[in-house]
Structure formats: structure tokens, C-alpha cells
Write a protein that binds this ligand. Sequence first.
Ligand code: SF4
Ligand code: SF4
Length: 472
Amino acid sequence: MYDPRSNKAEEFIDDGEILETLAYAEKNKRNAALIDRIIEKAKLRKGLSHREAAVLLDCELEDKNEEIYELAKQIKKDFYGNRIVMFAPLYLSNYCINSCVYCPYHIKNKHIARKKLTQEEIRREVIALQDMGHKRLALETGEDPVNNPIEYVLESIETIYGIKHKNGAIRRVNVNIAATTVENYRRLKDAGIGTYILFQETYHKKSYETLHPAGPKHDYAYHTEAMDRAMEGGIDDVGLGVLFGLEMYRYEFAGLLMHAEHLEAVHGVGPHTISVPRIRHADDIDPSAFDNSIDDDIFAKLVACIRIAVPYTGMIVSTRESKKTRERVLQLGISQISGGSRTSVGGYVEEESEEENSAQFDVIDNRPLDEVVKWLMQQEYIPSFCTACYREGRTGDRFMSLCKSGQIQNCCHPNALMTLKEYLCDYAKPDTRAIGDALIEKELAHIPSEKVRGIVVENLEKIGQGSRDFRF
Ligand code: SF4
Ligand code: SF4
């Protein structure tokens, strides 16, 4: 029944295969010889199968777990250096006809404030985001063909790319909207989106149907096969994710990796990103009602094992996580984080009152972007506002082959330094700027090619004099 090449959700996410994988992992969680072999394979940095990765996730041998964490840290360093890509979510509308029981935007919630931004309101939100220093957004809307039809999303993308305010520009718009048709994915591609992100929420079909009792999202197969339609529509960067806490994390982990294997098998390119949200408190939602919640240690292990299993896939953590947790998982594999986020509709321009709350979840890390940037740099990370790949047409398999050959390192590091310099010149507070300038100076030495280093030094100088948007 299990077939990663199948186009049927229930065959590439086969329940029987997941259950066997979990039984295999459980049986081998103290099998040192097998765990050693898997770790040795992982050291080749070509990834692991879902079965192998599941054994590492379950591993109960302390010394082997130490090795797993060390390897995750090393792979993170080798593939992503000390760069962290920055982004922010932008909520366009919270009208929704679905009934997801874990989300306050579900149709039956009559007391949450329903809002939909007009194009003028989007302009104001985007200017606020540009004034913070953001260059990369993730658009979010509920599913509602009347209030948020695809035309509204397309128009909003055009508005966003068109806003040039001072030195600000949104250079990459990622989109997180409901599963849709090949035709609509094609239109999103033509509108110039970056990654199409759709969280599976849970791979467990029965739970999925219970958690989505009504509305179009109830259809497990349509939702699970969405990435295939997106790729058929020409979008080759897709972002997976599950909402940890809904189902057993071991089940979700295996499902997530099987989904990645399916995309690789059918389309020749795995997921561009994997997000790891955990369920949070929100209007109408009490996370303690979900009994599969995971603690910080399991969360860290999940991040480390995903990092090892799919080294080429970026990993995202949002402001759902605290500063402390983010600090921990950044080392283990996270390559992108949001900062200064508002999870309400229109929240960047206006703070909402309690009664007017339109937020999808409570933000735990609510520091302003500048503080997040400073905090990253104090830990020797380079906050990167780079969007170069997408703008140079390096997406999908072109992006992956660059990644796999290690060539991406020659672009990412210089681009991170140049976009950070833009941020420091245009938006940073004086103390952040001082820390950043010192960091850039130090990091220049880590550009191996003398020629590239020379170009970067020249460009940094030009950025200081007002020029913008250099990239490799
Ligand atoms: S998770 Fe998405 S589809 Fe479900 S209720 Fe919330 S906004 Fe609607
Ligand atoms: S060069 Fe490409 S992979 Fe590297 S940070 Fe920029 S956009 Fe990402």
C-alpha cells in the first residue's frame, strides 16, 4: 500500500507504514549498534529515511543522544553557517469558513473581531513592516471564497510588491493560504510568490477529520495533496509543517518526513522549508484541551532530528516560541525566524484592545525586530534579510542543486552581510548598529574567495553611501 511515488495521500502517507515505523523505532530505541549505523549514515549529510530518523527520535541512550545533538549542530553550521533569515507574517483577513478546532478563526467563533484589510490598509501595514526593516513576508488569510477570493490575494501581492517607501521594499512574499486548485497555484506563481506554505496540521487522517469537522478543509486528501497541485502549477518552493500538540509527535514526525520523501520522489525536489509550530493559547482556544502537547526537551529533539534527516530543508520557528526556546533550537537546526510579529489583522499599524482581538494566536516572543536582531548578533548569529535566490531564479531544483554542491555558501554569507548592512543603516538603533558593524567586520574574514570579499567590501561602502540591493 505504501508508495512514496503515488499521487494519493493515503498511499504516500500510509497509516500502516507509519505505525510500523513507530513500532520499529520503539523496538530499536536502545539498539546501540543500529543507532550507530544510522548516525554514521547521517554524517554523510545526505539525509535519512523516515524509519532511520524515527529511531533517532526515539533513542533512549544518553550518549547517543548527545551525539545526535552534536551532529545536528554541526550540520546546521555546515549548511547554514551562523546566518538566520528574518521574516514577518502579515495577516490579510481572518474571515474563514472552516471549523478547525484549534484555531480561533473557525466559523463558529462569533465573538472574535472579523477583519479584512483593504488595499489601502495593506499599504499602511506594509509601510510599517518596511519601517521595521523587513524584506520578506508570509501572507496569511483564512479560507473564504467570498471574502478572501484568490483575486483578493493576487491583488494584495501586487500591492505589496509595488510599495516603495524610503529605502524599504518587500522583496519576497511567501503565501500561506488554504489548499486550492492547480489553476490558482499557477496564478500565485505568476504573481511572483516565493514559497507556498501550507501546514498539514496533522498527518493522522482520523484525527484530521475530527479536528476539521466541517468546511472544505475537512477533506484530508485534498489538503494533503495540495503541494503536488502547487508544484504542478509551477510553484517549486513549498513549505511543510504540522501543528505539534494535535496528535502524537512521533506519528507527525514520520508523516512529515514521508511527505518530504514523496515530494522528492515525484517532483525531484523536497520541501523548501519545514515549520515546527506548537499549539498556543488564543481567543477561544485553550491549549490544555489538546493532550498531545510536547515539552521543550521533546521539541528540541524533534528539531535536531529533522535537521539531520533533511539537511537541505530550511527550518522555521515563529514568535509562538519564547526567547529561551528559540535560543535553544537555533543551534540545533532552525534557519529562519520571525521577529516583531503581530498575529492580528492590521496589527502592525494599530495595537488592538482586548475586546477587538483578531489574533490567530498569542505571541510569546513579543520583542521588537531591532531587539531580536541585536539579540541574534550578541550570540554571533548574522540576521539575514536576503531574498536573493528567489530573485535570481534560484528556486526548486536549481536551488537544491546549488545547496547540494555547497555553492550556496558563496552566496548566502556575502548576501547576509550586505542585507544586514542595509538594515543597520536604515533601521537599527545606535547600539544595534555598533554591534552589527563590528560583526560584519569580523565576518568579512570568513568569505573564502578574495575576489568576492573585495566586491563585498566595495558594496558595503556603497550601501553606507545610500546604494541598495546588491546580491550574489
Ligand atoms: S487554521 Fe486556517 S482554515 Fe482553520 S480556522 Fe484557522 S484560518 Fe481557518
Ligand atoms: S542566497 Fe539564497 S539561500 Fe542564501 S540566504 Fe539568500 S535567499 Fe537564502
